[in-house]
Structures are given as C-alpha cells and as structure tokens.
Design a protein around this ligand. Structure first.
Ligand SMILES: Cc1cc2nc3c(=O)[nH]c(=O)nc-3n(C[C@H](O)[C@H](O)[C@H](O)COP(=O)(O)OP(=O)(O)OC[C@H]3O[C@@H](n4cnc5c(N)ncnc54)[C@H](O)[C@@H]3O)c2cc1C
Length: 426
C-alpha cells in the first residue's frame, strides 16, 4: 500500500511552473495553488491582469490533490437549518451557489479542454440508521419547497438498483452532482492559467506580507524573492505556515483519510456501484466512496481525529479498511494500493468565508465541500477584485475567531469524542 495520493500518482505532473528568482511587479498575487488559487489565476489572466501565483509546494499539494473526488451540489447542512438561520431567500441563493459551482467546473472543463473524466454521476446520501431515512425524507420535502425539485428519495427496497450493500436504510439522490479525476483536473487548471498568461511559481512559500500604506498593494515576500502586487488573494486553505494567523484562528484543520483498492473486475464493480454514484453517509463521522475511472473503489472518511502524516495515514487506512468491509463485506481479501490523508479547512459553521480584510482578499473554509465551490470562488473573487462586489455569494457573513483557538487544534480529540457520541445517540 503506497502512502501517497492516488490522484497525484495517476496524473501527468504539471510542468509549466516558472523557475528562478521571484521579483518585479504584478497586478495580482495569488497565494496558494489549489482549486481556489488556480481558478482565480485563470479568470484574472483572462481579464487581462498580470498574475503571479505563489505555491509553497506544488500545485494540488493541498486538499485539491488529496480529496474524495466528489463534485457535489447541496449543503452539508440540512436545508431547514439553513433556512432557519438565513431565511428562505438567502438559503435558496446559497444552495443554488453550489449548483452554480458544479456548473462552473463543467464550463471550465469544456472551455479549457481539460481531460479529467468529468461526469454528472449524481450523489447518493445514504441513511446509516432507519431514523436517518426519515430525516432525509424531511430534507427532500424542504428542498422541494423551492431550492431543488430534482432531489429524490430512494427507499430501502429500491436501493439494490443503486448499491450492492445491505448496510443502509435508503438514500437521497442529488442528480446534479458530479465527479472527476482530481489530479488531472488540478493540472489541467494550472496549464489553462499558464496558457492564459499567469505565472505559477512552485516551491515559493509566502513568508511575509507588507501592506503599502492604506492601499490594496503589498510587498509579498517569498522564499525565492519579493514581488510587489497591486492586489493579493489568499487561497491558502488550512495553511499551517506563513503570515496567516488571523485565518488560523478561524479555521480548524481536520484530517480526512482515503484508501483506494486494487482494480476490481468490472462485474464486481457493476454489482457494488451499478450507477457509479458519488456516495456519502449520514453520520457526522461517516464515510464517502466512489469508483475511480480505472475501476477501483475509493473509500474515505474521518477515521481518526488526527492530522495527516505517514504514521497517522497508515493507521487511518486500517480503520477505513474495516469500515469498507462493513459496507461491502464481499471485498474481504481485496488489496489496498493507496492510502493518504489530507487536511480539511473546517469553519465553525461549516460554511465558506470570502471577502476582503485589511487590504487582503481571501476565500477559504469550504469545510470538505470545496472541489466545486473553491473553483467557483476563484472565478467569483476575480470578479470581486475587478470591482463586482455582488459576485461573492458568501459576502457579508460574520467570521469571528474561534474562542481558545490559536493555531494548533488542541481540542480535536474532544470534538472527535463528541461527534462519535452524537453518532451513537442519534
Ligand atoms: C481528504 C479530503 C477529502 C475531500 N473530499 C472532497 C470531496 O470529495 N468533495 C469536495 O467537494 N471537497 C472535498 N474536500 C475538500 C476540497 O478538496 C477542498 O475544499 C478544496 O480542494 C480547497 O481548495 P483550495 O484551493 O481552497 O485549498 P488547497 O487545495 O488546500 O490549496 C491551498 C494551497 O495553499 C498552499 N499554501 C499554504 N500556505 C502557503 C504559503 N504560506 N505560501 C504559499 N502557498 C501556501 C498549500 O500548499 C496548498 O497547495 C476534501 C478534502 C480533503 C482533505
């Protein structure tokens, strides 16, 4: 079992980075080479701005190259919860922002000719307990009142058409959701940004930002030199390094882990996942799984409340294998070829945050629902930076610091224990 991301290993590497020292002036510096940063760099360059993207490691090194491969619409939260908080109109608008985000990915893939197996496979949210199915039925009713007439219930006795597992009590199907090969997508985005004129600097961690007076301009100091940028976008996800203390106090970095099996016979996969849906389960500490383009099963979940590292990934892999065999007992004896972990940029209410603070633009906090929203927000923030404030669907949301949180998430084991207790009780 290789402790690396399947997405990285099965995509051609990005070779378009600009080598050498970093300096001079640009209209915009984008910090972070994941979906947010790359999508923003692409949109900004298309608008005619000079753009330098600064990535501490390589493009896709963060969550964008290490995720579960699902490109879903829909909230993590119940629509009714969102409606109670925001009112019907705004809740619908925010829900639709996820629909728009999947559309944005589909559009960019088509416009830029990115070969990443994008498809509208649909997402199936699976009820882990009988009472969870009743909750899904209430969610369907709430969504049918105006946000999404397309979602539909799959009762337990019809689930066999969707899934070769007896472990669930029905599901809720979101037909607009999609999937893609995340490694090929992230490289394709980077290549498109370079083709449109953006410069991408890898191995260029940003160490310091110095604002020029009261303007939006900053001197951006990297390990390879300093450049002056008229505007700066922080697209750094759950960054643990660099001058981003304000954001570290508002984002909890939470590990999520994934295993990928050896290739399965086509007939086996047809029996387990006949429609190749993107699957998630209803527990708070639940699982997500899908088939890969080369007929493997990708199976992920929180596994442990630990950050990703070589030892913690291997341990999490063993926990996930046990989870996978509970869902698909017939896979006993199947070899696992990959296991890796990544860090989710979780906000307290599990909703993204984007805007401008102290002259810096930012977009982050997708809380595990970001393959589509990060892409969408890259485009949206490019529009915001060009003067269209209304382009940001998350604008105006308060974002206080999390009390007692100063960077390292010392409280994770407590949160994990609490979530697991909730899953046992409800
Ligand atoms: C294991 C896992 C599974 C997931 N599964 C799904 C899924 O199936 N579907 C879904 O929608 N979402 C999923 N997500 C979430 C999704 O992948 C993210 O929301 C999305 O990729 C965020 O993109 P980003 O560009 O904002 O951040 P990232 O991809 O994390 O990029 C941030 C980049 O900033 C760089 N950086 C940080 N600090 C600095 C610095 N000082 N200087 C320069 N660069 C810096 C990092 O190296 C990194 O490359 C998952 C996440 C994880 C971890």
């Amino acid at each position: 079992m290789k402790l690396a991301s399947y997405w990285h290993d099965t995509a051609a590497p990005f070779t378009g980075a600009t080598p050498g020292p970093i300096g001079g002036r640009v209209d915009v510096a984008v910090v972070g080479g994941g979906f947010t940063g790359l999508s923003a760099a692409l949109a900004l360059a298309k608008r005619g701005a000079s753009v330098a993207l600064l990535e501490a490691d390589h493009v896709g090194a963060g969550a964008s190259g290490r995720n579960g491969g699902q490109c879903n619409n829909g909230f993590f939260q119940d629509f009714a919860t969102m409606e109670a908080r925001f009112g019907f109109g705004r809740a619908v608008a925010l829900y639709r922002a996820f629909d728009d985000a999947v559309d944005t990915v589909e559009r960019i893939v088509a416009e830029e000719g990115i070969d990443c197996d994008f498809g509208r496979t649909g997402k199936l949210k699976l009820a882990a307990k009988p009472e969870h199915y009743d909750k899904l039925a209430r969610a369907r009713d709430a969504l049918h009142r105006g946000a999404d007439p397309d979602v539909r219930l799959v009762p337990r006795d019809a689930l066999g058409d969707e899934l070769g597992s007896g472990g669930f009590h029905g599901g809720l199907l979101y037909p607009k959701s999609g999937s893609m090969h995340m490694g090929r997508y992230v490289v394709g985005l980077a290549e498109a940004a370079v083709r449109r004129g953006a410069r991408i600097h890898e191995q260029a961690p940003v160490r310091r930002l110095k604002r020029i007076g009261r303007t939006d301009a900053h001197d951006v100091e990297t390990a390879r030199g300093t450049l002056r940028a008229g505007q700066v976008l922080l697209a750094t996800g759950p960054s643990m390094s660099g001058p981003f203390f304000r954001y570290r106090r508002r984002i909890v970095p939470i590990g999520s882990f994934i295993v990928v099996t050896e290739p399965l016979p086509r007939a086996t996969l047809d029996a387990l996942m006949p429609r190749r849906r993107m699957c998630t389960t209803t527990q708070t500490v639940g699982h997500y799984f899908r088939a890969t383009p080369d007929d493997r099963l990708l199976f992920g979940g929180r596994a442990r409340f630990a950050l990703s590292s070589a030892t913690s990934d291997a341990k999490s892999g063993r926990i996930l294998e046990a989870g996978m065999l509970k869902v698909f007992p017939g896979l006993a004896g199947t070899r696992l070829d990959w296991c890796w972990g990544g860090i989710v940029d979780m906000t307290q209410d599990r909703l993204p945050r984007a805007g401008q603070h102290d002259g810096l633009y930012y977009s982050m906090g997708y809380s595990g629902h970001g393959t589509q929203m990060a892409t969408h927000m890259g485009q949206a923030m490019a529009a915001v930076m060009a003067g269209d404030r209304d382009a940001n669907p998350w604008g105006g949301m308060p974002w206080p610091a999390i009390r007692g949180h100063f960077g390292p998430p010392w409280f994770l084991p407590l949160v994990g224990a609490w979530y697991k207790l909730q899953d046992r009780l409800h």
